[in-house]
Design a protein around this ligand. Structure first.
Ligand code: ATP
Ligand code: MG
Length: 658
C-alpha cells in the first residue's frame, strides 16, 4: 500500500449520548485530559481498582522494548480479584452468571458458588500435578465450567489456553502441542443447533497425537456415550468432590495468565501471551468505562464464545473483576427460533448487550419483525466488536434493538491488545454510525502513512499504537522473533528509524475531519484499483446500505487492465427475489448503487449473490479465501473456517459464472 487510503464515503449522522446516561456516567470527559497529562499516573490509578497483595514499584518498565513489564514488583491473584473479594465484601449472594443452556435448562451461579467451584477446581488441578507456569488446554462448550476452569488456572498461577469448542482435531492438537499443555479440560459434548454435539472424540484423537498430555478432565454436559481412556477423569468425580476451600497465592504482576491463538482471519494463528497485573487492570477499567457498568442494577450479556478474546476479557476477567451480573448462553441465536437472543434479553432483563457485526447483519437478514416481537425495554447500552460495523448495520442495531434510545459503543481491539483500545465513552462521545470514534483515555492510537507520520484529518493509512498499554501482549508464545517481526518491524525504532517503538496493528483506518477514527479492514485486504487504494470495508458498507443487501464481502482480484478489480460476494436480505432476471437486475442495480455512493472508481467489476460467506469461528469474514476463489487458486489455511461446505457453494457459483 502506498501513502494513504482513499477516503470515499462520508457519513454525517451524529448521535449525542442520552442526557440521563451522561449525567450518571462512570467516566466523564476530564478522564481524557488527565490521561493525556500523565498517562502512567492514569494507569496507576486504574490499577487501584484491583486488590494487590503487594504494591508495585514501577508502573511501566520499557527498558527492553518491545518487551514491556507493567506494575513491576506488584503481586496479586487474578482469581481472588474476580471472585473472593466480592464474597468478602458481602456480595456472595449476588448472581455472577445467569447461565442459559441451548435446550432451555438454566443455572444460577452466585459469587459464593463461583468461589466454591473455583476453589475445588484449583485443588483438583494441583492434585493432578499442575503448578504455576504450567499450561492447561480448555476445550469446552459455553458452560459455566469454562469460566471456572479458567479462573482455577489463574488461581494457581497456571496458564490456560482456551481452544474454541468447534475446532477440529488438527486445530486442537497443534494448539496443545504449541503450548505443551499437561492437562486438557473438556466435556462429553455441548448443545448446538438443537442437538448434542460431541467434543470428547475430538479430544481423544488430539490427545493421541500429544503424548505430553497427562490428564483429561471431562465435564458431563450432554450425557452422550464417550470412550474412556486411562488419562480420563470425570469432573463430577474429581472437582465436585474436592475440598471447597483453597488459599490463593499472590503471583508477580507479570506472571503469565494465558495463551490465546488469534482468529486466523489473515493467516496462520499466532499464540498471543498475556500476563496478569496489566491485563486485569485494563480489562477491569474498560469494562467499567466503556460499558458504564453499574454493579447494583446492570445485567451484562456478551454473546461471544469464551474461545476468543472477547470472551476472555468481557465474559470472564472484565465483568467478574467488577463483580458484575451477567448472562452466559450456550447455543446458537436461531435455536429453537430466530428470536432466541431477544427472548433471553427479555427474560433476564439484560441492560448492556455486547455482540458482533456478523450477528447484527444476520439479524438484519432475518428481518425487523423478529426483534419487534420482544420486550427490549431493559436495554440501555449496546456494544459491537470484531469487525468494522457498516453504518447501515449500526443504524439497524440502534433502531431495532436499541429502539433509538440506547447509545452504541463500537469497540476496536485485538487478541493482541487484550482489552478495548478505541471506543466511544457512552456518557461522553457523540457517536457516528460506523466509527469507533477515539482512543480511550490512556491509549495513544494514531493513523500514519508509510513513513510513520500522522496523516492529517481527512486522511487514511495504517492504524498504529504509539505507546505501550497495560494489557498489551507480551510476546508470541515461544517465538519472540515473530512477535518483533509481526508488530514492531514496520515503523519506528523496530524498523531501524526513530527512537519510538510503534506497534503496527495490521488494520487500515482513516481519520475524518472531526478527528474520529474509522476502521477500514485489514491492510492485507486493501485493493489497488487503477492506482487508487480502496478499502474493502467502504465498498462493503456501500453494498449493505442498499435495502436488498444483508451482508457483503469484497476482494480485489488480479485484473489485466486495472491491476486489481473489485469482486463482491453479496447475501441478499430474506425477502428479496434473486431468481433469473430479477437476480441480474439486482446485480446491475447494486453495481450502480456503489458507483453512486462512493464514485465510479469503486464500481465492482463483478457481483455474486451467495447464500453465505466464509467466516472464522469467531464470525469474521475470511476475505483471503474469497480472493483465492476470485483468482481461481486453491484455498489457503482453512483450519479456523466455520463451515467448509460454504466454500464449495461459493466456488460452484463462480464456475457457473453467476
Ligand atoms: P488473525 O490475526 O489471526 O488474522 P484476527 O485478527 O481476526 O485473526 P482477532 O484478534 O480476533 O483475530 O481480531 C482482531 C481484528 O478484528 C482487528 O485487528 C480488526 O481487524 C478487527 N476488529 C475488531 N474489532 C473491530 C472494530 N470494532 N472495528 C473494526 N475492526 C475490528
Ligand atoms: Mg489479527
Amino acid at each position: 500500500m502506498s501513502e494513504t487510503l482513499e477516503n470515499l464515503s462520508s457519513e454525517t449522522r451524529k448521535f449525542p449520548p442520552p442526557a440521563p446516561l451522561a449525567a450518571a456516567a462512570n467516566v466523564t470527559a476530564p478522564a481524557y485530559d488527565q490521561a493525556a497529562a500523565d498517562r502512567l499516573g492514569f494507569w496507576a490509578e486504574q490499577a487501584q481498582r484491583l486488590s494487590w497483595a503487594e504494591p508495585w514499584t514501577q508502573v511501566l518498565d520499557w527498558s527492553n522494548p518491545p518487551f514491556a513489564k507493567w506494575f513491576t514488583g506488584g503481586k496479586l491473584n487474578v482469581a481472588y480479584n474476580c471472585v473472593d473479594r466480592h464474597v468478602e465484601a458481602g456480595h456472595g449472594d449476588k448472581v455472577a452468571i445467569h447461565w442459559e443452556g441451548e435446550p432451555g435448562d438454566t443455572r444460577t451461579i452466585t459469587y459464593s458458588d463461583l468461589l466454591t467451584s473455583v476453589s475445588q477446581a484449583a485443588n483438583t488441578l494441583t492434585e493432578l500435578g499442575v503448578s504455576a507456569g504450567d499450561r492447561v488446554a480448555i476445550y469446552l462448550p459455553m458452560i459455566p465450567e469454562a469460566a471456572v476452569a479458567m479462573l482455577a488456572c489463574a488461581r494457581i498461577g497456571a496458564m490456560h489456553s482456551v481452544v474454541f469448542g468447534g475446532f477440529s482435531v488438527d486445530a486442537l492438537s497443534t494448539r496443545i502441542t504449541d503450548a505443551s499443555a499437561k492437562v486438557v479440560i473438556t466435556a462429553d459434548g455441548g448443545y448446538r443447533r438443537g442437538k448434542p454435539s460431541a467434543l470428547k472424540p475430538t479430544v481423544d484423537e488430539a490427545v493421541a497425537r500429544c503424548p505430553g498430555v497427562e490428564h483429561v478432565l471431562v465435564v458431563r454436559r450432554t450425557g452422550q456415550e464417550v470412550a474412556w481412556g486411562e488419562k480420563d477423569l470425570w469432573w463430577h468425580e474429581t472437582v465436585e468432590r474436592a475440598a471447597t476451600t483453597h488459599k490463593p497465592e499472590a503471583f508477580d504482576a507479570e506472571q503469565p495468565l494465558y495463551i490465546l491463538y488469534t482468529s486466523g482471519t489473515t493467516g496462520k494463528p499466532k499464540g498471543i501471551l498475556h500476563t496478569t497485573g496489566g491485563y486485569l487492570t485494563q480489562a477491569s477499567y474498560t469494562f467499567h468505562a466503556v460499558f458504564d457498568h453499574k454493579p447494583e442494577s446492570d445485567v451484562f450479556w456478551c454473546t461471544a464464545d469464551v474461545g476468543w478474546v472477547t470472551g476472555h476479557s468481557y465474559i470472564v476477567y472484565g465483568p467478574l473483576s467488577n463483580g458484575a451480573t451477567q448472562v452466559m448462553y450456550e447455543g446458537t441465536p436461531d435455536t429453537p427460533h430466530k428470536g432466541r437472543f431477544w427472548e433471553i434479553v427479555d427474560k433476564y432483563r439484560v441492560t448492556v448487550l455486547y455482540t458482533a457485526p456478523t450477528l447484527i447483519r444476520t439479524m438484519m437478514k432475518w428481518g425487523d419483525d423478529i426483534p419487534a416481537k420482544y420486550d427490549l425495554s431493559s436495554l440501555r447500552l449496546l456494544g459491537s466488536v470484531g469487525e468494522p460495523i457498516n453504518p447501515e448495520a449500526w443504524m439497524w442495531y440502534r433502531a431495532n434493538v436499541g429502539r433509538d434510545r440506547c447509545p452504541i459503543v463500537d469497540t476496536w481491539w485485538q487478541t493482541e491488545t487484550g482489552g478495548i483500545m478505541i471506543s466511544p465513552l457512552p456518557g461522553v462521545t457523540e457517536t457516528k454510525p460506523g466509527s469507533a470514534m477515539t482512543p480511550l483515555p490512556g491509549i495513544s492510537a494514531d493513523v500514519v502513512d508509510d513513513t510513520a507520520t500522522s496523516v492529517p484529518n481527512g486522511g487514511g493509512g495504517f492504524l498504529v499504537l504509539r505507546e505501550p498499554w497495560p494489557s498489551m501482549l507480551r510476546t508470541i508464545w515461544g517465538d519472540d522473533q515473530r512477535f518483533i517481526d509481526t508488530y514492531w518491524s514496520r515503523f519506528g525504532a523496530g524498523a531501524g528509524h526513530g527512537d519510538e517503538w510503534v506497534y503496527f496493528a495490521g488494520d487500515g483506518a482513516k481519520r475524518d475531519e472531526d478527528g474520529a477514527l474509522w476502521l477500514l479492514g485489514r491492510v492485507d485486504d486493501v485493493m489497488l484499483v487503477s492506482g487508487h487504494n480502496i478499502s474493502t470495508t467502504e465498498v462493503e458498507s456501500a453494498l449493505v446500505s442498499h435495502p436488498s443487501v444483508a451482508e457483503a464481502a469484497v476482494v480485489g482480484a488480479t485484473d489485466p487492465t486495472t491491476g486489481q478489480a473489485i469482486v463482491a460476494f453479496t447475501i441478499p436480505r430474506g425477502n428479496v427475489d434473486t431468481e433469473g432476471e430479477a437476480g441480474e437486475r439486482l446485480i446491475q442495480d447494486l453495481r450502480n448503487h456503489v458507483a453512486r455512493t462512493l464514485g465510479p472508481i469503486a464500481k465492482p467489476r463483478q457481483i455474486m449473490l451467495v447464500p453465505e460467506l466464509p467466516k472464522t469461528r469467531s464470525g469474521k469474514i475470511m476475505r483471503r479465501l474469497l480472493r483465492d476463489v476470485a483468482e481461481r487458486r486453491s484455498l489457503g489455511d482453512v483450519t479456523t473456517l466455520q463451515d467448509s461446505a460454504v466454500m464449495d457453494l461459493i466456488s460452484s457459483g463462480m464456475k457457473s459464472g453467476k
